[in-house]
Design a protein around this ligand. Structure first.
Ligand code: URA
Length: 261
């Protein structure tokens, strides 16, 4: 290699190489730019690709509409339980051990609606079996009501939600909305004379209002039935002083049943 080039000549040679297409100083293999150009022409000449297929989009499911259809199709309490077991749109189901459907006597004059299963209920698959449930049983006994009795002195118990929310958190409005068609059908099939709503969540679900301190003890009408809101037994465990009002509400329930409603 000639090392005697002056800098101007070296620059002129470099310019000439760049003009020929050299764009890097070192190459492992010589680049045949005529072949590259021919390849580029072939690529350009290729027919246009077929337009991209529109991806298949799963049809949007409305969980409330689906719940309504499934609940409406249930002709018995057993069928309703099966429909709930088949309903896969509520995420609570994934985290729960059991479907907690109901307890007591179907067709009882009194239907009690609680909030949602807790840990004990999730474990046993029956509503109100933990501490709050035991208090509920002790509240009902003095007015002659219980879970295992003839229709006249029996209660039938369920919850707004059949699956335990994680860490016993409050049910979310969309969870309640999704499960309402099942609860409405549950009431229609059980056909009680009166409904007792335990606590704020069931008042929110059935009456569309909260504020149990104001609502409790005042009979109203919902789902085609006389409805009595009461303090939730779990609230009474935390606030024993409120048992006085709960007792007044139980007497009101007893009087209403005695009237024949
Ligand atoms: N609290 C409820 O509201 N329901 C149950 O089943 C248990 C506790």
């Amino acid at each position: 290699m000639d090392t005697q080039l002056d800098s101007w000549t070296a620059l002129a040679l470099l310019d000439w190489q760049v003009e020929l297409g050299a764009d890097e100083a070192i190459c492992d293999q010589p680049v045949d730019r005529y072949a590259l150009a021919a390849e580029a022409r072939k690529v350009k000449a290729k027919p246009a690709a077929a337009p991209a297929q529109t991806p298949m989009v799963a049809p949007q499911v409305d969980p409330v509409a689906e719940a309504r259809a499934m609940a409406a199709g249930a002709g018995s309490l057993e069928a309703l339980r099966a429909a709930l077991a088949d309903f896969d749109h509520c995420d609570l189901k994934k985290g729960a051990r059991s479907l907690v459907f109901a307890d007591g006597v179907p067709g009882a004059r009194v239907m009690i609606i609680g909030e949602a299963p807790g840990r004990d209920e999730d474990r046993e698959g029956r509503p109100f079996v933990g501490r709050a449930g035991q208090l509920l049983d002790r509240m009902l006994a003095p007015i002659g009501l219980g879970r295992a009795a003839d229709r006249d002195s029996a209660v039938y118990i369920t919850n707004v939600l059949p699956w335990r929310p994680p860490q016993n958190r409050d049910p979310k409005p969309d969870e309640i909305a999704m499960m309402m068609p099942f609860l409405e059908r549950h009431v229609a099939l059980a056909d009680p004379d009166v409904i007792v709503l335990m606590g704020n969540i069931s008042c929110q679900a059935v009456l569309g209002k909260r504020g149990i301190t104001r609502l409790r003890g005042i009979w109203t009408q919902a789902m085609g039935k006389p409805v009595l809101p009461m303090f939730h037994p779990a609230y009474l465990l935390r606030n024993p002083a409120a048992k006085r009002e709960a007792w007044a509400d139980l007497l009101s329930l007893s009087a209403r049943l005695a009237e024949g409603t």
